[in-house]
Write a protein that binds this ligand. Structure first.
Ligand SMILES: *Cc1c(COP(=O)(O)O)cnc(C)c1O
Length: 396
């Protein structure tokens, strides 16, 4: 059995890492759909419970299928340890409960997932953990927002929906100079395109629900980082709070990971083709995609990422009326805020994901009424273009 996957390429790790065959000799990963495990004797039960000998006790603590998923994702991210969770939000909550206490301070990018904002701003604040939100690329704002209580910095790159990129190496240096930890939600790139730990991040968060599954089936999440950081309080919170990943979902994600690198290349190719085509459309004001030379951080994206991913946003002339017309004229593309699926999805951020923010704040953040976000799937790119062209008022 191979323990150290660092010598192997990413494609190989995605297909192979973490698998432990049982005596049955199964080729595909076994699904251990069991909540508990049995012992040979009372003495063995006692020893496993006390941790004297290693072994499975109960699937809230450990499960072989979940462990295989954890090992494979850790190998892909280049992390020592991975802890799987029941959702992406459970991964963020478990990380915060493991690392923070009352009085601690979080510094977070303003451009993060809506539920992450709610968790920090409305829920953790009730326990005396305050969060300051800053612009992702305003370095001076990050510098001045640190307090002696700042323990954790949290960001996503590329950001959603405007695909802003931040220099992870510079960010890690800044955060470490303030004795804090850098936590990066790597949902949009997945380890196939970006490995934040390599640039100095301390912890990587995943919503496995998105590209890791990649086919819109299961909810799950993960925390990846050093054993010294994850193995203590973070794992202890997971064991005792119960946000553990279901073995069935872990098995689905394992199958998802096997095609992850392949899918991300295809998502990136379709994303670039769509972004380039949108730039030629007269009714499009602006296209946000890190793979375009017109993207302000295109050079950084090329350095930091090995591909540009499947998220493309664009602003149409004519505001909400035209944006909604484009959505309502699609026949193929799914109207949903979900992303990271083989099926292309479209959403109007100003009236959905960012609908609760005040109009003034929204405009200030460039989430305009004419903005649309597409999570480009794996259909033929010409069919995706035709579907959007109908509402754009122009044929391909
Ligand atoms: C979806 C998402 C999450 C939350 O993940 P769930 O699996 O839905 O809990 C967190 N961060 C980002 C960037 C996401 O897109």
């Amino acid at each position: 059995m191979i323990d150290d996957w660092s010598e192997f390429g990413l494609d190989t790790r995605a297909v192979r890492a973490g698998q432990v065959r049982t005596a049955e000799g199964e080729h595909s990963e076994a699904l251990f759909l069991t909540s508990s495990f049995v012992f040979d004797s009372a003495a063995e039960a006692a020893a496993r419970f006390s941790g004297q000998i290693e072994g499975n006790v109960y699937s809230r603590f450990t499960n072989p299928t979940v462990r295989t998923f954890e090992k494979r994702l850790a190998a892909l991210e280049g992390g020592e340890r991975c802890i799987a969770t029941s959702s992406g939000m459970a991964a963020i909550l478990t990380t915060c409960l493991g690392l923070l206490k009352t009085g601690d301070h979080i510094l977070a990018s303003r451009s993060i997932f809506g539920s992450s904002v709610t968790l920090f701003d409305k829920i953790l604040s009730r326990f005396g953990i305050q969060t300051t939100f800053v612009e992702l690329n305003d370095r001076a704002a990050w510098e001045t927002a640190f307090t002696p209580q700042t323990r954790l910095c949290f960001l996503e790159t590329p950001s959603n929906p405007l695909t802003e990129i931040v220099d992870l190496r510079q960010m890690a240096d800044l955060v470490h100079a303030h004795n804090a930890l850098l936590v990066v939600d790597n949902c949009f790139c997945s380890p196939a395109l970006q490995q934040p730990l390599k640039w100095g991040a301390d912890i990587v968060i995943h919503s496995a629900t998105k590209y890791l599954d990649g086919q819109g089936r299961c909810l799950g999440g993960a925390i990846v980082g050093a054993e010294s950081l994850l193995g203590g309080d973070i794992y202890s919170v997971l064991r005792s709070s119960g946000a553990s990943l279901s073995p069935f979902n872990a098995w689905v994600f394992l199958k998802g990971l096997e095609t992850l690198t392949l899918r991300m290349k295809a998502h990136s190719a379709n994303g670039l083709a769509l972004a380039q085509w949108l730039e030629t459309q007269p009714s499009v004001n602006k296209v946000y995609y890190p793979g375009l030379a017109s993207h302000p951080q295109h050079e950084l994206a090329k350095r930091q990422q090995s591909g540009f991913g499947g998220l493309v946003s664009f602003e149409v002339k004519g505001g909400r009326e035209v944006a909604w017309r484009i959505i309502d004229n699609t026949r193929l593309i799914s109207i949903t805020a979900n992303l990271g699926d083989t099926k292309t999805t479209i959403t109007h951020p100003a009236s959905t994901t960012h609908g609760r923010i005040s109009p003034v704040q929204r405009e200030a953040a460039n989430i305009t009424e004419g903005l649309l976000r597409v999570s480009v799937g794996l259909e033929d790119i010409t069919d995706i273009q035709t579907d959007l062209a109908r509402g754009l008022g122009k044929t391909t």
